[in-house]
Ligand binder design. Structure first.
Ligand SMILES: *Cc1c(COP(=O)(O)O)cnc(C)c1O
Length: 352
């Protein structure tokens, strides 16, 4: 029962093993309090400490200053698709970058609250902004397509830049000062499902609509430090442990190098393979989600069956696109990529 498989799942996804061990202990007894993390009141001192250290670690690792609030919401990144325009658009124009399926989902929700101008078609393309956008929105990493922005797009001066960073937050440097709002569902690179991290410039939260239920206004979470109602306490605890683990690895510089080495090993193999082909455009390949396929859906299915039997789990592409997808989040080990490459090389010898 102690044989853990290589988990290439796109999310919920692999977490650092030391964090899972610590969480096991904390379920029983959080920080020597004699009460488990699932049982502590969110109003008590023990959870207050968890919340404070989680926020502090996020600020240190991300280089996030006091102009931004660090918030823990629920409802997934998908709720941010509507919460952003509901609070901020007010009948104005949202400039959006259409890099793939997640960006399109965010766009569909923005249309309920105002105008939408598609400023760029594809990641790493040059945007063509509208005359006076209320804000600009992009998706830093498209988890399904396996497409990633190299650098954030630059909107006109004074236009708030908003980023869905669900699947690459804290995998590489991100300049929070350039962003008015960054949101991320935790279950890709930060922790368990059920928490959404929102990093928002305080002044932007203040500008939001007041004609909304308090649970849907950012200012409520800022004013109450995510404690207006019961926050997702366990998820916040795990995020704190994951970010502390990340810090102990050497923070963003070290994890960036680790992630680059993993992605390079897999892309190098794909570039030399007569059978397996990368699915993303070469200039926009994701370091987090590597998408690829063979020459036929039937061979894809055979490869996936064999890989699963060999202990390589979660490699099926998203149901809307098929093929394969290897998600290589921070906690995923290089040894797992090497095992995948060996499996692909062997398959190629037999079917190439
Ligand atoms: C997974 C994902 C989402 C949706 O997240 P939920 O928490 O399931 O709502 C949104 N955007 C991106 C980029 C994602 O990877």
């Amino acid at each position: 029962m102690d044989a853990r498989r290589y988990n290439f799942s796109s999310g919920p996804a692999v977490l650092p093993e030391p964090v899972l061990r610590r969480a096991q202990d904390a379920l029983w007894d959080l920080d020597g309090t004699g009460i488990g993390i699932l049982e502590h009141s969110h109003r008590g001192a023990a959870f207050e400490r968890v919340l404070a250290r989680t926020e502090a670690a996020i600020r240190r690792v991300g280089g996030i200053g006091d102009d931004h609030a660090v918030l823990f919401l629920q409802g997934g990144a998908s709720s941010q698709f509507f919460m952003v325009p509901m609070n901020l658009l007010g009948g104005g124009t949202a400039d959006v970058c259409d890099s793939g399926i997640w960006a399109q989902k965010a766009t569909a929700e923005a249309k309920r609250f105002g105008e939408v101008h598609v400023a760029c078609a594809g990641a790493n393309t040059t945007p063509s902004w509208s005359a006076s956008p209320t804000y600009a929105h992009y998706t830093s990493n498209e988890t399904i397509g396996g497409v990633q922005w190299r650098e954030p797009p630059t909107p006109p001066d004074g236009v708030p830049l908003i980023c869905d960073a669900s699947s690459d937050i804290f995998s590489r440097p991100l300049d929070f000062d350039r962003h008015a709002l960054v949101y991320a569902g935790a279950q890709k690179n930060l922790g368990p499902s059920g928490v959404t991290l929102v990093i928002i410039r305080r002044e932007l939260a203040e500008r939001g609509s007041r004609d909304l239920p308090p649970m849907l206004q950012y200012r409520t979470y800022v004013a109450e430090r995510s404690m207006y109602n019961t926050p997702p306490t366990f998820g916040i605890y795990v995020i704190g442990e994951v970010v502390a683990w990340l810090e102990a690895q050497g923070g963003i510089p070290a994890i960036t190098a680790h992630n680059a080495a993993k992605a390079r090993a897999l892309y190098d193999f794909l570039d030399g393979s007569p059978l397996f082909q990368g699915a993303a455009p070469a200039g926009a390949r994701s370091m987090m989600n590597v998408t690829f396929r063979t020459t036929s859906p039937a061979l894809d299915a055979k490869f996936l069956d064999e890989a699963t039997a060999a202990g390589l789990d979660g490699l099926a592409g998203h149901r809307s696109v098929g093929g394969m997808r290897a998600s290589l989040y921070n906690a995923f080990p290089l040894a797992g990529v090497e095992a995948l490459v060996a499996q692909m090389a062997d398959f190629e010898r037999r079917h190439g």
